[in-house]
Design a protein around this ligand. Structure first.
Ligand code: F6P
Length: 330
């Protein structure tokens, strides 16, 4: 075991915001990396709520056994309203002091990182972020922990929907998650051969969708699947289905909202490995004196991005992929 000569003797780890598959693998990684470097690790339950209310448990390497394959987050998560207040953060700082926590690893999305930044500014608690969200919209990493699993879950479900769409000559509008981001929609749409993919990053119009239907009919297609990101701006799947039915009364139109099934389940290999790498990187980064950064992977290389940049910027949708989707749906 290498000697830990840094100032960091105790690290607290928490998961915050929406859960994502692979968060448990990230927790395990942080705990085991701490143990490897001779650092005490404690888990903070319920995200920032746990910091406010002193839900702190010491975690040893054996306490995270049988965790790498499990979905959700064993530490539980929350979108804490109280941590948004100065008073809430003061209570949280008392917990940090009481347990002699030197630094935090925050596994979550941009909202969680914003909370960590304010907390660091007010109370001087260093932290490193690990991007955990199914949306894949965080700048500074090619992939976020949970995205690959969510994408595969969506594809698996859409493949099943296709069986019914084809058997009954139906038009399906399938809503996938992504409040502000179309990564799941675009990639699941390409992977399942969708007729059209509607995402918040693109200016879509109902007329274009109707043109796509008409072209499909001309080509003799008898069923269609349209993938709609939760955050697309045309009014949502139910309205799209309604307008389509009004325009084409002969269509048998159905709606499926995949919802939270995309957030659950055992993480894929890609998510487990990503979470494992970033958990170790976060601990090593803190030991090396880094703070206010997010650990991520870009072009297979580990990178630390200043947290303000990770929060402000967003991963861009690949325009080439949009073109590929257009070409292949013809
Ligand atoms: O940010 C991840 C995400 O799953 C979004 O895609 C979705 O809009 C949101 O969380 C749902 O959050 P909640 O589970 O709190 O309703």
């Amino acid at each position: 075991m290498p000697q830990n000569i840094s100032k960091i003797k105790k690290i607290g780890v928490l998961t915050s915001g929406g859960d994502s598959p692979g968060m448990n693998a990230a927790i395990r990684s942080v705990v085991r990396a701490c143990n490897y470097y001779g650092i005490v690790c404690c888990g903070i339950r319920m995200g920032y709520e746990g910091l406010i209310n002193d839900y702190v448990v010491e975690l040893g390497p054996r306490s995270v056994r049988n965790l790498i394959n499990r979905g959700g987050t064993e530490l539980k998560s929350a979108r804490s309203q109280e941590f948004r207040t100065k008073e809430g953060r003061e209570k949280a700082a008392k917990t940090v002091k009481k347990h002699n926590i030197d630094a935090l690893v925050i596994i979550g999305g941009d909202g969680s990182f914003t909370g960590g930044t304010i907390f660091q500014k007010e109370h001087g608690v260093p932290f490193i972020g690990v991007p955990g969200t199914i949306d894949n919209d965080i700048f500074g990493t090619d992939y976020t922990v949970g995205y690959d699993t969510a994408l595969n879950t969506a594809v698996d479900a859409i493949d099943k929907i296709r069986d019914t769409a084809t058997s009954h000559n139906r038009v399906f509008f399938v809503e996938v998650m992504g409040r502000d981001a179309g990564f799941i929609a675009l990639n699941s749409g390409i992977a399942t051969g969708a007729l059209d993919i509607l995402i918040p990053e693109e200016k879509d119009s109902i007329e274009d969708l109707f043109i796509a239907f008409e072209k499909a009919q001309e080509k003799g297609k008898s069923s269609s699947i349209v993938i709609v990101a939760e955050g697309e701006k045309l009014g949502g799947v139910y309205d799209l289905a309604k307008f389509t039915k009004m325009k084409y009364p002969e269509f048998d139109v159905k709606v499926t909202v995949l919802g939270h099934i995309q957030r659950g389940g055992s993480p894929t290999v890609a998510d487990r490995v990503l979470a494992s790498r970033l958990g170790v990187a976060a601990v090593e980064g803190l030991i090396a004196g880094k703070s206010n950064v997010m650990a991520g992977m870009q072009s297979s290389k580990l990178v630390f991005t200043p947290i303000e940049e990770a929060i402000k910027k967003h991963n861009e949708i690949d325009k080439d992929l949009i073109k590929v989707a257009d070409i292949l749906s013809t």
